[in-house]
Write a protein that binds this ligand. Structure first.
Ligand code: ZN
Length: 432
């Protein structure tokens, strides 16, 4: 009989505070304090002042399995997540087949458990086949082994107001949430980039901010009307921030996320015609980026979600108009957030833990994640070296895809270690 594995992390700055030691016993944090003694046989990790965070939680990941294993699988996607410091990801429903039944969500959930790199919490489709016409089996997915709580037709907007109302009413029965991809379809027909000065100069069909904002306005009103909760995916405009701020001031149960790329990149990059910058919702203006950063700092935007969207080379290595929309993001999210939010003084590390772990876990109702770093809690942890500086090199990514907009960019911070229930999925910056 072998003893339960023990790990002592020595000298870690928990949430950026004073250095302390953390003892992990089996799947649990056993003790936190200064000067802990390593038990016999324990693995000792010298943190040397690195920052210890609760394992990151992503509300918005595309793992592509089943159906598009040429771009990502549950295995490669969860390895990518672990490398990025994540211990839980929500897998979006726009797979082939669509995750609109208990059978498909259970399959995805089980694959995550079997691989053991990162918990996979499947998102259920709101409507059958993401077609926007008929509600999917929300109750059956909620009752399944996967215990689905987040429902989304992401990639598509639930644009029919009656369907949206019914979904919001339905999920109340099991404390679920509808995560809306806010994009008014008629206002974005053929849209290729943000509608503004740059789209005018380039002659590309624009994607107006109002296409996002009008859906958000409608949905916060609908959520308030039926007394349900709604989550807004990937906010990208200053106007969207204003609507969410207003809804929250009313006391309505509205939450919102922002992607790392919308905190950093602008539509000026489209001038390169490099399809790596083509994404849905599109990159917006500098003023939008600043409004999103401010809203994440003041809590109007609850969390950072990657919208990790892998695509094979051939779907991105083509002309702008034909290219697929989306960027990968799991392995760069924390670095981009450190660069845009921490190094600018907008958030401290406790704020990062809140926006990238605590709050997304609450929104997704994941009870085992987003917990404090203290004795008795599950040992889901991320040890980060904020002093690290290096160029992003996609060749080293664990993701099966390479469509990152940050190639060659110098970004701060590196995930040194990730622990999923006490087991190191990453150590010394390398996947185990
Ligand atoms: Zn989306």
């Amino acid at each position: 009989m072998s003893a339960t594995p023990k790990t002592l992390i020595r000298g870690a700055r928990i949430l950026g505070g004073e250095p302390q030691d953390v003892l992990i016993d089996g799947e649990t944090i056993a003790e936190v304090g200064p000067g802990l003694t390593a038990p016999e046989g324990a693995t000792v990790v010298e943190a040397d002042g690195k920052v210890l965070l609760p394992g990151l939680v992503d509300l918005h990941t595309h793992l592509r399995e089943p159906g598009r294993e040429d771009s990502e699988t549950v295995l490669t996607g969860t390895r990518s997540a672990a490398a990025g410091g994540y211990t839980a990801v929500h897998a979006m429903a726009n797979t082939f087949p669509v995750a609109d039944t208990a059978g498909v969500v259970e399959q995805v959930w089980r694959l995550g458990r079997e691989h053991g790199y990162c918990d996979v919490q499947p998102v259920g489709a709101v409507t059958v086949g993401l077609e926007g016409r008929k509600l999917a089996e929300l109750g059956a997915m909620a009752d399944s082994a996967a215990g689905v709580r987040v429902f989304s037709d992401d990639g598509k907007c639930v644009d029919d107001a009656v369907i949206m109302r019914r979904a919001l009413e339905y999920v109340k029965a099991f404390d679920g949430v509808v995560a809306q991809h806010a994009q008014e379809p008629r206002l974005t027909e053929g849209a290729q980039m943000n509608e503004g000065v740059v789209s005018g100069e380039l002659g590309l069909t624009g994607w107006p901010a109002v296409a996002e904002e009008s859906i958000i306005a409608r949905d916060v009103l609908l959520a308030a009307h039926v007394g349900s909760r709604v989550h807004i995916c990937h906010l990208s405009t200053a106007g969207s921030v204003e609507i969410v701020r207003w809804a929250k001031s009313k006391g309505w149960d509205v939450t919102a996320e922002v992607t790392p790329h919308h905190l950093l990149l602008t539509d000026e990059l489209v001038r390169t015609y490099n399809p790596v910058y083509k994404v849905n919702p599109p990159l917006r203006t500098e003023a939008d980026v600043m409004a999103l950063r401010e809203a994440l700092a003041d809590g109007t935007i609850d969390c950072v979600a990657t919208d990790h969207a892998p695509h094979p080379h051939e779907d991105k290595d083509c002309e702008w108009g034909a290219a697929a929309m989306g960027m990968i993001g799991l392995e760069t999210a924390l670095s981009v957030v450190q660069h845009a939010m921490v190094d600018t003084g907008l958030l401290d590390w406790a704020g990062v833990a809140d926006r990238m772990s605590f709050r997304p876990a609450v929104i997704g109702r994941m009870s085992g994640h987003g917990r404090p770093v203290s004795a008795g809690e599950p040992a889901n942890l991320t040890l980060v070296d904020p002093a690290y500086r290096g160029e992003v090199n996609p060749a080293g990514f664990a993701s099966r895809s390479r469509n990152t907009p940050y190639e060659g960019l110098e970004l701060p911070g590196q995930v040194f270690a990730t622990f999923l229930r006490g087991k190191a999925t990453v150590m010394d910056g390398k996947l185990s």
